[in-house]
Design a protein around this ligand. Structure first.
Ligand SMILES: [Mg+2]
Length: 263
């Protein structure tokens, strides 16, 4: 993993957009600081697209797509993307049709996990989800040990779900989509970007295990400094890392990119 300063102007010349995880990447300790929104506005003012790619639910993403200064949002770890513009309103592209047919099955899997893993809880944003279950291990409950987090993910997989661990939740869903597959579909469908072009011209920044498919795919992949505690659990790691943690790390990336776009 290289310092962010090693990401040079030659690599950034063809940059078309930035893809960013939300929790503990754009936020710090669960809050969205004004510096994050200011940094997004400064980046998009130079012509870059900005697309959050998150495990957060559809209910949140409706708000984000409409109100944040972003071009689109990928939510629930790739279950859908949403994009808003005044001409067409809010458009939702769903990749999780199969999962929607089985909410009671998902619910039962989640209940069984809560019985088996003391201290785990439904995430507070579960009612606003379309396609997945999210088990809280850190957001509104005292942090669980690593073994318990892995146990939650293993129980989801044993029940036939895809499972990914974010910085706060373990998410599980039916289907093989993930943050990467749905991001590539978004870039192709909305902006006409083929996979190779997306790979060459988009930068991803994130912090946790559910970002691994993105870290593995994008040569311009950046971890905020708090990713260090997760590196040992990641089969594919970010290429670059910021000095600062969470939202301050994102602000550091924005300033770095802007230096090359304004000079
Ligand atoms: Mg995160």
């Amino acid at each position: 993993v290289l310092p962010l300063s090693a990401l040079g102007g030659d690599a950034l010349t063809g940059l078309k957009g930035i893809l960013a995880d939300i929790d503990d990447t754009l936020t710090t300790d669960g809050r969205l600081p004004s510096q994050t929104l200011a940094a997004i506005e400064a980046l998009t003012a130079t012509g870059l697209r900005f697309i959050p790619v998150t495990g957060r639910p559809a209910g949140w993403c409706d708000h984000i797509a409409r109100m944040w200064p972003v071009d689109a949002v990928v939510g629930e770890n790739g279950a859908f993307y949403m994009a808003y513009d005044r001409a067409h309103g809010l458009r939702t592209r769903l990749f999780a049709a199969a999962a929607q047919k089985s909410p009671s099955t998902l619910r039962a899997i989640g209940e069984a996990i809560l019985t088996a893993v003391p201290g785990a809880a439904w995430s507070s944003d579960q009612p606003y989800r379309l396609a997945d279950i999210a088990i809280d291990f850190c957001e509104d409950v005292p942090p669980l040990p690593r073994a318990a987090i892995e146990d939650i993910a293993a129980r989801m997989r044993a029940a036939g779900l895809t499972a990914k661990i974010s910085s706060i939740h373990v998410n599980g869903w039916f289907g093989d989509y993930d943050k990467l597959s749905s991001t590539l579909a978004l870039l192709a469908e909305r902006y006409g970007e083929g996979a190779a072009s997306a790979q060459a011209h988009y930068l991803f920044i994130g912090d946790s295990a559910n970002d691994v498919p993105m870290f593995g795919y994008f040569p311009m992949s950046v971890g905020v400094a708090n990713v260090r505690s997760q590196l040992e659990f990641m089969e594919q790691q970010p290429k670059y890392i910021t000095v600062s943690r969470s939202a301050a790390g994102f602000a550091e990336l924005a300033a770095h990119v802007l230096r090359y776009r304004t000079s």
